[in-house]
Design a protein around this ligand. Structure first.
Ligand code: ASP
Ligand code: MG
Length: 392
């Protein structure tokens, strides 16, 4: 059996017919090197956004099942177009939907999870000498319902296929030529990284770096799929994401990232007794609101404050639930600030380099930036700061 590569192309690399042909040429170049190839594609350009706003114009609250039926067409179109472009350039290719190649999902519509992949159909097509093009972002339930995996979910499709097929590598080809120590648009001296561990990439992705879907990184880590993020325009190597290598000297901080999609909420004057935090967070969990960076203050005179962040999109409904609860339970005021940024540093070397957090706080102090919440894990430090100070 020859080597197998899974290549994933995002929507911006496929935004026009010309770009689709350019990607098709790139795919044929890879194929010419003698490897088997499975190509996972996103919808062209901003297609998914356009389909969602179309749905919102025919109906106030589109039902999730029909939304999945609709948005899955974006990837179905781009995989067919890619197969046509490759054939036109003299290659052999065949396109499939997620359901056709046995990507079985479970869980709710619009955010389904991959349960299993039955790769038989892909193997047969590869055996016939074809390049296999698969529609990303989608799967099918046991009941033959079309589902999608959540925004940006084509990364997850690619890693799931790479794991199921035992691919040598899962490549993500994008407009950027790899992963940088910071967003190069904001930090001109940012450097491209040659390699990162799964743990570091997972933290970076979860803390706001948009380059890989966190669930894709998680799955790659679980199944040992080697990831390579590289440019779709040049053949140069990009950034490899691999298992942590204990023989390597670890750098303390591999990257700085940020997230401006959250808001800060504080519930003041809580009684200092067991069960209060449980009540607050189970109320939010029941409404499927995810919270992050949680800080419980020290008690003064029997009362305590609880602060945390939640997605800005959930702020309004979260505040309503919390104010109801506070009224019923006799808690104090619920205050909030939507204009915050979560700034994070990530690095596996933090485990062995003391003082990294202190240096981050010093840097923020020197810039006159006020920190309102801090949270840490073994390999990351996150600070909540005013959004207006982010660029600084
Ligand atoms: N087209 C989908 C989205 O825009 C999936 C993807 O691009 O990965 O979210
Ligand atoms: Mg997209």
């Amino acid at each position: 059996m020859s080597d197998l590569i899974v290549q994933k192309f995002g929507g911006s690399s496929l935004s026009t017919p010309g770009r689709i042909r350019q990607v098709a040429r790139r795919v044929l170049d890879t194929r010419a090197a003698g490897t088997d190839l499975v190509v996972v594609v996103s919808a062209m350009g901003k297609t998914t956004n356009k389909l969602i706003s179309l749905a919102e114009r025919v109906c106030a609250r589109p039902p999730d099942r029909e939304l999945d039926m609709l948005v899955a067409t974006g990837e179905q179109a781009s995989c067919a177009l890619m197969a046509m472009a490759i054939q036109d350039l003299g290659g052999q290719a065949v396109s499939f939907t997620g359901g056709q190649v046995g990507i079985v999902t479970e869980g709710p519509h619009t955010r389904a999870r991959v349960r299993s992949v039955d790769a038989g159909r892909i193997r047969d097509a590869l055996q016939d000498g074809k390049i296999v093009i698969v529609a990303g972002f989608q799967g099918m339930t046991d009941a033959a319902e079309i589902t999608t995996l959540g925004r940006g979910g084509s990364d997850i499709s690619a890693v799931a296929l790479a794991a199921a097929l035992g691919a040598t590598v899962c490549e993500k080809l994008t407009d950027e030529d790899g992963i940088y120590t910071a967003n190069p648009k904001m930090v001109p001296q940012a450097r491209r990284l040659d390699r990162l561990s799964y743990e570091e990439m997972l933290e970076l992705a979860s803390l706001g770096a948009k380059i890989l879907h966190p669930r894709a990184v998680e799955m790659a880590m679980r199944y040992g799929v080697r990831l390579h993020v590289r440019s779709s325009f040049t053949p140069a190597e990009g950034t490899w994401i691999l298992k942590e290598d204990p023989t390597m000297e670890q750098i303390a901080v591999c990257g700085v990232t940020y997230d401006v999609s959250e808001a800060r909420v504080s519930v003041l004057d809580l009684p200092d007794r067991p069960g209060v935090a449980a009540k607050i967070f189970s109320t939010l969990a029941q409404a499927e609101i995810n919270v992050d960076v949680i800080v419980l203050n020290r008690t003064r005179g029997g009362l305590t404050d609880l602060s945390f962040t939640l997605p800005r999109g959930d702020l309004e409904s979260g505040l309503r639930l919390l104010r109801d609860l506070a009224g019923r339970e006799g808690y104090g005021e619920v205050v909030h600030d939507p204009d915050i940024a979560k700034l994070s540093i990530v690095g596996a070397g933090m485990r062995s380099h003391p003082g990294v957090a202190a240096r981050m706080f010093e840097a923020l102090a020197e810039a006159g930036i006020n920190i309102t919440l801090i949270s840490t894990s073994e390999i990351k430090v996150s600070c909540v700061i005013p959004e207006r100070d982010l660029a600084k």
